[in-house]
Design a protein around this ligand. Structure first.
Ligand SMILES: [Fe+2]
Length: 236
């Protein structure tokens, strides 16, 4: 009997495999596509424009059917909270995304992004990229990924030069600049230079999907820095 050329749903990407050959990664990107295509901009022209940029760039990647690059999977201390985050996510508004992420959870490369990070933050935060200049799905003008926070985390104030960032809650509760509590399904936009500081609820972890758009040179080298001084006055 000839070998079946169709990969099983749980197959990890192998060298030379293209996106359409690896269903788990394809379906995860389809979840992002649905979010940015069918969700609401809440009447905000800025968010509407950002959502369109994200989905147009993602559509171009999917049409190109790129090779998936191999990245060594890596965990960080906070990834011990990922099972709980996925469990909560699968019970809430973003269940499709949480389930799709669960299928690739052992293949993710969790990282910090900062050259210097406090010990406290290194225990409570990490992110992984799904699509971007580093792969695993290659794209020069868009980054998609997830950021995970432990319960009761403060992610210090920072901003992104030339990068427009959206976060969509997958599970848990969090606040940005003390201004609201966001639940699964909520989207928030941080434009270039917008100072933001995140806090998470004290009972459960918080998992956010994110998208970054910006010039290719900047996405290749985001130069992540925490703000040393508060440039904007935050609400108490
Ligand atoms: Fe940010």
């Amino acid at each position: 009997m000839p070998d079946d050329p169709t990969p099983s749903a749980g197959a990890q990407p192998e060298n030379g495999q293209r996106l359409l050959d690896v269903p788990n990664w394809l379906y995860l990107l389809r979840e992002f596509d649905s979010l940015y295509r069918y969700g609401s901009a809440g009447g905000s022209p800025a968010i509407r424009g950002h959502r369109k940029r994200v989905r147009d760039r993602l559509s171009a990647v999917m049409a190109r059917n790129p090779e998936l690059s191999q990245r060594a999977s890596e965990t960080k201390p906070v990834t011990a909270h990922l099972p709980r985050a996925l469990d909560l996510g699968e019970r809430a508004a973003m269940q499709g995304m949480a389930r799709a992420l669960r299928e690739v959870k052992d293949e993710l490369t969790w990282e910090y992004g900062y050259e210097k990070i406090s010990r406290a933050l290194s225990q409570k935060y990490a992110y992984c990229e799904i699509l971007g200049p580093q792969g695993p799905v290659h794209c020069d003008n868009l980054i998609l990924g997830f950021v995970l926070f432990a319960p009761n985390t403060t992610y210090p104030q920072h901003s992104h030069n030339e990068i427009e960032e959206s976060y969509i809650s997958v599970s848990g509760a969090w606040s940005e600049n003390n201004s609201a509590v966001f639940a699964p399904g909520s989207l928030i936009l941080n434009r270039s230079g917008d100072e933001h500081r995140i806090t998470t609820g004290d009972r459960d972890p918080c998992l956010l999907a994110y998208a970054w758009t910006g010039p290719e040179a900047r996405l290749a080298k985001p130069d992540m820095k925490l703000s040393s001084t508060r440039k904007t006055k935050l609400a108490p």
